[in-house]
Write a protein that binds this ligand. Structure first.
Ligand SMILES: Cc1ncc(COP(=O)(O)O)c(C=O)c1O
Length: 372
């Protein structure tokens, strides 16, 4: 029986190191509600992400939900976003009583096409929610220019860009708020978890309160908050993984170099390129199956799957194809021609430091030999 190979493997600290953390938590009797480990992780993340403010959350989705809430966007207003993302992105817009408006993507980074945003702006538009897909940065400069011109808020879903920098600036500094996910599948994980980063100091208290049911003090609840608190066990996994993720990035760098050199020789396989001024997070390894490759994306996916190699069709289907969004005017194929093309062409390959040599070679061999 062949071993199953998935797109990623979680980064795990040594069990004996985790045991020490658990003993400290048991000793403290504080399991959650901004405990010592939680507060220390917030401080450490400020350094790793090079940002002035970090608020931890129990997962990235609740963090993003809270980010939109914290910016006080008018109820029923429109938020321009991308369909080429995970379900959480448009769902957080909808759960806030806001309306997602889908914008097409650009073909190299597969992030929102900043040149197509302006034509979607109406008097109801209140914000842009862009996603740094696979670790590629959005055109943050152009997006900010548009936001300034039309007085819009900018929120980034940075679930895939832990530790990415643009010209040496931590990616969490752009826009009004950035969300990072620390889900087990992410480069840096706290099992489940996430955070918000932002420059505006006035958001510190607001986000703290919203994350804790809107409670301001023992007898005062002013806002409709939620339970977004990260617990001490999650935070301790985070503190340990902070010591490990750079080594994991180095290992993935070696794997990326191997994939790049082998796959660039294959006609019909395109490897999207990271902009030169951007440091890579090493979260995913996407490839584009072009028309001149002998198999379709689905055929290649099935071929790998038969060998127990589970590549992923991120992001197929598009969010604009979901039952809950497919009837929106902005979901029509004419508005999203590039996204509709790439949803059928993209495949993310297994990408983690401990992927054995045998499977690295096998994956390349299966992609090279162009028969089913
Ligand atoms: C682009 C994107 N946004 C949001 C999320 C949601 O994050 P979480 O799983 O931490 O809630 C994910 C993945 O998990 C994601 O890939």
């Amino acid at each position: 029986m062949n071993k199953n190979i998935y797109v990623t493997q979680p980064l795990l600290p040594k069990l004996e190191d985790f045991q020490i953390q658990l003993e400290e938590i048991w000793e403290s009797k504080q399991l959650t509600n901004a405990g010592c480990k939680h507060n220390l992780l917030e401080q450490e993340l400020q350094k790793h992400l090079k940002v002035p403010n970090v608020s931890l959350f129990n997962n990235g989705t609740i963090a993003l939900l809270t980010a939109l809430k914290a910016l006080d966007l008018p109820y029923g207003s429109e938020v321009i976003t991308t369909p080429f993302t995970f379900a959480a992105t448009p769902h957080c817009i909808s759960w806030n009583g806001l309306n997602p408006v889908f914008c097409d993507i650009e073909p190299n980074t597969m992030c929102i096409d900043a040149n197509k945003i302006e034509s979607l702006i109406t008097e109801k538009t209140s914000a842009i929610l862009a996603v740094h897909v696979y670790g590629f940065p959005c055109d943050v400069k152009k997006i900010q220019e548009i936001a300034d011109k039309y007085n819009l808020k900018v929120i980034y879903d940075g679930a895939h860009v832990f530790s990415t920098e643009i010209d040496g600036v931590g990616i969490g500094n752009f826009g009004d708020i950035t969300m990072f996910s620390f889900h087990a599948t992410k480069l840096f994980n706290t099992i489940e978890g996430g955070c918000l980063t932002y420059k505006d100091e006035s958001l510190v208290k607001k986000i703290y309160n919203l994350r804790n049911f809107g409670i301001q003090s023992e007898e005062l609840v002013e806002e409709v908050g939620i339970n977004g608190k990260m617990n001490e066990i999650q935070a301790s996994v985070g503190l340990l993984n902070l010591n490990l993720y750079k080594e994991e990035q180095e290992k993935r760098k070696t794997l990326r170099e191997f994939y790049d050199s082998e796959l660039s020789k294959i006609k019909g396989i395109r490897i999207p390129k990271m902009p030169k001024n951007t440091s890579d997070s090493y979260q995913y390894y996407p490839i584009i199956i072009e028309e001149d490759y002998p198999l379709t994306r689905n055929e290649l996916y099935d071929k790998l799957k038969k060998e127990n190699i589970f590549a992923r069709k991120y992001f197929y289907p598009l969010c604009s194809d979901y039952e809950c969004y497919k009837n929106l005017p902005s979901s029509c194929v004419e508005n999203l021609s590039v996204a509709n093309k790439y949803k059928n062409r993209v495949l993310t390959l297994p990408f983690y430091g401990d992927l054995e040599e045998e499977f690295r070679v096998k994956i390349i061999k299966l992609i090279k030999i162009n028969c089913l």
